[in-house]
Write a protein that binds this ligand. Structure first.
Ligand SMILES: [Zn+2]
Ligand SMILES: [Zn+2]
Length: 341
């Protein structure tokens, strides 16, 4: 029980899930294609055809997602080469600010994606050590744990949510098979969490909800969608089902170690939303680091040297030496990876 944060009631959690900082982020990156585009953007893949091949996205889907990321100020289009009219996609400052989210997914994938293609190793140039990013408190510099987080509602929580795209349902399913040149690294993390309702469901679990009826009330989505996402998290080993009442049978859902290890990712999403998509009425949810008593501004630092991790200081190793490479799901076998250094 020490791992669960203090309980808010279901109504408060429902409001937070609808309006909170992390939910606003999902209007921008609430599907797998946006995550895969950003994965590649941090690997300096910038051109449409390269992105299309590596993500496996259909041309129209990719064009639509890129246009949305440009609209949201995450990417911008810049001309390249001698031929006029050729454009490539570069991360803006806001896009670069997404790096902690991407790194948290990378770390999780490294740890939990056994059986799938592992992502590339990275080295922190400033200290020369293999990168092991840690979420730490910007005030006391100590690592942040779920059990140390307190929540309070901010002024933004009192304002009704403006119209937006939050009810929009996106198609997040992956392709049936992967074409030549698709980079399947990070697919386990992306297929597990890069979906609007899965991310909201995870947030509900991190707020301490466990029982189906509570989760259902907090999310307020169609029961078939909720059942589908719970099934997905169960099969990925992110949650476990426990019988807490026999007659009638009632189950609760608890995060496993693998699920709890997604907390830094969820925190990074919150932090990015708070920084780059602030509510005009002030924060909806305020996090407190109870270990030091201060408002929490989480920062992703290098586990070896403690410095803030900046994408320009990280070297991506082009070849995954000695790593297990197995057939990807839906797979047509091993595919060559495109690595840009
Ligand atoms: Zn602290
Ligand atoms: Zn370092």
């Amino acid at each position: 029980m020490t791992r669960t944060p203090p309980r808010l009631d279901v109504d408060a959690i429902r409001d937070l899930l609808r309006r909170g900082e992390g939910t606003r982020v999902l209007d921008v990156v609430g599907d797998r294609w946006a995550f895969l585009i950003l994965r590649d953007a941090f690997l300096r893949v910038r051109r449409f055809e390269d992105l299309r091949r590596r993500t496996g996205a259909a041309r129209g889907t990719l064009a639509a997602r890129l246009a949305e990321l440009v609209d949201h100020g995450v990417l911008h289009r810049l001309p390249y080469g001698p031929v006029p009219g050729r454009l490539e996609y570069r991360l803006t400052e806001k896009g670069l600010g997404f790096y902690p989210v991407a790194l948290c997914m990378w770390k999780w994938e490294n740890r939990w994606s056994a059986g799938f293609d592992l992502p590339p190793r990275m080295v922190h140039r400033r200290c020369g050590e293999a990168l092991d990013p840690l979420m730490s408190c910007g005030h006391c510099d100590q690592p942040v744990h779920l059990r140390d987080i307190g929540y309070t509602l901010g002024p933004g929580a009192r304002h009704p949510m403006r119209g937006g795209r939050s009810t929009r349902r996106r198609q997040s399913a992956g392709p049936d098979g992967y074409g030549e040149g698709v980079d399947t690294t990070m697919f386990h993390a992306v297929d597990t969490v890069a979906d609007r309702w899965t991310a909201v469901l995870l947030a509900a679990l991190f707020f301490g909800l466990r029982r189906y009826d509570d989760i259902n009330a907090a999310l307020g989505i169609a029961t078939n969608i909720l059942a589908d996402r719970l099934r997905l998290l169960l099969s990925a080993g992110v949650v476990e089902r426990h019988l807490y009442q026999e007659r009638p049978a009632r189950h609760e859902y608890r995060l496993t170690a693998k699920g709890l290890d997604l907390f830094p990712f969820t925190l990074a999403m919150h932090e990015w939303g708070a920084r780059w998509m602030p509510s005009p009425h002030g924060p909806v949810i305020r996090l407190q680091h109870r270990a030091c008593g201060h408002a929490l501004r989480s920062r992703l630092v290098c586990g070896a040297c403690g410095e803030l991790v900046d994408p320009h200081d990280v070297v991506i190793e082009p070849v995954a030496h000695g790593r297990t490479r197995v057939q990807a799901r839906g797979g047509k076998g091993k595919k060559p990876l495109v690595r840009r250094t």
